[in-house]
Design a protein around this ligand. Structure first.
Ligand code: NDP
Length: 265
């Protein structure tokens, strides 16, 4: 399987979404509230991109910003109020250390948890679902395929293993205690979600790679550069960073908001 151009794919799906919203939801657009706590440069950039994406397809999105010293109690109270007015609500991570992520997420009802972070959420998490949908588009034939996922986080590796197993792939979920070389060589597909620039460099890769990692390195001019976990591998049949999995994640959030409106709005 050859990986297809992600930007083309994302633009096609966004155009379809825009068409659907214009056709069926003219009277009341799907809506999303984004909760951000504290000044985190990366979070502010992610939130700005999400607002831009929403505007592009016709989702009414609003950011609710709370100062760093907001208490967990205050934040939960605010979220419980916000959920009344929106089809989807999401909390931009990370939160300040004094606020438990579980407490904030639990304040969002499962029908509005468009990030899919609750265990009982009505939605699959955006990054894993985005990857699976994209691989379908690329024509990946799941049945009997050996997939190695490196990284077992609750937001990427674990839910991705479940989705891919449901597609009839045979999934090996690896982590820092795994003997990776035993698995990598025989894989039909590798998903790398470790968060270390160039992590895959020392392994011989013979199959497509989905690069989830987001890492910053200094380039030759001393400027910060965004790269993935497959940075510096030979680059063929590897999803790009930037312009890869991040775009799939953003697309799937939009699709989850529209689904929330269709199913529960
Ligand atoms: P975490 O950062 O929570 O965990 C990293 C995982 O990598 C852990 O499971 C860890 O194993 C594993 N790991 C660390 N070292 C090794 C090693 N030497 N060999 C094998 N496995 C190892 O994972 P996240 O999923 O939250 O994030 C991973 C990366 O993906 C980050 O760069 C993050 O920014 C990015 N990301 C990108 C998204 C996007 O939309 N593009 C969305 C979400 C994340 P162990 O469990 O044993 O510690």
């Amino acid at each position: 399987m050859e990986l297809k151009d992600i930007k083309t794919y994302v633009n096609e799906r966004k155009a379809a979404l825009k068409h659907k919203i214009g056709l069926n939801m003219k009277d009341k657009a799907p809506s999303l509230a984004i909760v951000q706590v504290g000044e985190n440069e990366a979070s502010t950039r992610y939130v700005r991109n999400k607002i831009k994406d929403c505007k592009e397809v016709g989702i009414a999105a609003e950011v609710y910003f709370y100062p760093e010293n907001t208490t967990e109690f205050e934040l939960v109270d605010e979220i419980e109020h916000l959920v009344e007015f929106y089809d989807g609500v999401m909390v931009q991570l990370p939160l300040p250390p004094h606020i438990r992520v579980e407490a904030a997420i639990a304040a969002i009802p499962k029908e509005k948890d468009v990030d899919g972070f609750r265990r009982d959420s009505c939605f699959d998490p955006a990054t894993p679902l985005g990857i699976v949908n994209y691989l379908d588009y690329c024509g990946f034939e799941w049945t009997g395929k050996e997939v190695t996922i490196i990284g077992r986080s609750d937001i990427v590796g674990k839910p991705l293993a479940r989705l891919m197993t449901n597609k009839d792939a045979t999934v090996t979920l690896c982590h820092s205690k795994s003997k990776l070389s035993n698995h990598i060589y025989d894989s039909d597909l590798i998903v790398c979600a470790v968060g270390q620039a160039g992590f895959l460099n020392c392994y011989p890769i013979h199959c497509p790679v989905i690069d989830v990692g987001i890492n910053f390195v200094k380039n030759d001019e001393g400027r910060s550069q965004l790269v993935g976990d497959a940075f510096n591998t030979d680059g063929r049949n590897v999803t790009p960073v930037p312009g890869g999995v991040g775009l799939l994640t953003r697309l799937t959030l939009l699709e989850n908001v529209v689904k929330a409106k269709e199913m529960y709005g």
